[in-house]
Design a binder for this molecule. Structure first.
Ligand code: ADP
Ligand code: ADP
Length: 245
């Protein structure tokens, strides 16, 4: 079991309940990376996991989009790269994530969504001494991705994610919580999606081998698992929960 080392010392007699470890224990660390192509469902599932485990979601894509929207120097620097579906520089993204993880709300864990995306980014986590408990790859075929992303809609303010068919809002085009209009990401147009997929296969997919090898060579390495990302949202969620135990 993933958190066994903490459970043994703290609550030897408390039955394990994945749903709310913080409520049961007061302490449980959950430092997780979600890997997977654009459209695999990382953000959708991250919303569930962060709620259940009371840890913040760190989405590098959301952070960069906020910078673009604010028109900051960072936003101006990354705007064109994001629009084309390329990756922003490792250096920039590594310092952004390190700074974010140093915040107090990450003390008991965090969920990284969209980071790392390259081997140097994964290596930077290790070099910085940041411990990760689990890496879960959500696997989905390319053709499914293209259809998912053409139907993706997002609430800009919160990052809440919908799909026009698979996860529709209560009122079409409107966010369930705020009633504000949803938007379509400009990089979700088919041509850009195809480019993002090829960037994924070249730069990010090698992380699967990286973490598989790490898990077999180092006993403080994160547990690595792959889950099938096809099927109902609830089914994928159940597979993730199983992978995190
Ligand atoms: P998706 O959720 O569709 O996988 P993201 O929202 O994570 O996409 O990322 C959107 C864009 O932000 C990427 O196409 C890339 O340009 C940039 N980006 C996000 N995270 C990273 C990262 N870790 N390294 C480099 N670029 C990134
Ligand atoms: P990522 O963060 O990996 O880019 P998202 O969570 O934004 O992916 O999901 C991409 C799109 O696919 C969204 O519109 C989302 O509602 C939809 N989606 C997520 N999971 C599933 C699923 N299991 N089946 C069908 N559509 C899904």
């Amino acid at each position: 079991m993933l958190f066994a080392k903490y459970w043994v010392f703290l609550v030897a007699d408390t039955p394990f309940k994945w749903q709310k470890p913080l409520e049961n224990l007061g302490i449980a660390l959950m430092r997780v990376i979600l890997l997977g192509p654009p459209g695999a469902g990382k953000g959708t599932q991250a919303q569930f996991i962060t709620e259940q485990y009371s840890v913040p979601q760190i989405s590098t894509g959301d952070m960069l989009r906020a910078a673009v929207k604010a028109g900051s120097a960072l936003g101006l620097e990354v705007k064109g790269i994001m629009a084309s579906g390329g990756l922003v520089s490792d250096e920039l993204i590594i310092s952004l994530v390190k700074e974010r993880i140093s915040h107090a709300d990450c003390e008991r864990g965090f969920l990284l969504d969209g980071f790392p995306r390259t081997i140097p980014q994964a290596q930077a986590i290790i070099d910085a001494g940041i411990i990760i408990d689990a890496v879960v790859e959500i696997r989905v075929e390319d053709n499914e991705i293209v259809s998912r992303l053409s139907g993706r809609r997002v609430h800009e303010g919160s990052g809440r994610i919908y799909h026009i068919h698979h996860n529709p809002p209560t009122t079409a085009g409107m966010d369930n919580e705020t009633g504000e209009p949803l938007m379509q990401r400009p990089d979700d147009l088919e041509e850009t999606v195809r480019n993002r997929l090829s960037v994924y296969h070249m730069q990010t997919q090698p992380l699967v081998q990286f973490y598989t090898e790490l898990a077999s060579s180092d006993n403080i390495a994160p547990k690595f698992s792959t889950v099938d990302g096809l099927g109902l949202l609830d089914d994928v969620q159940a597979r993730l929960v199983a992978a995190l135990q």
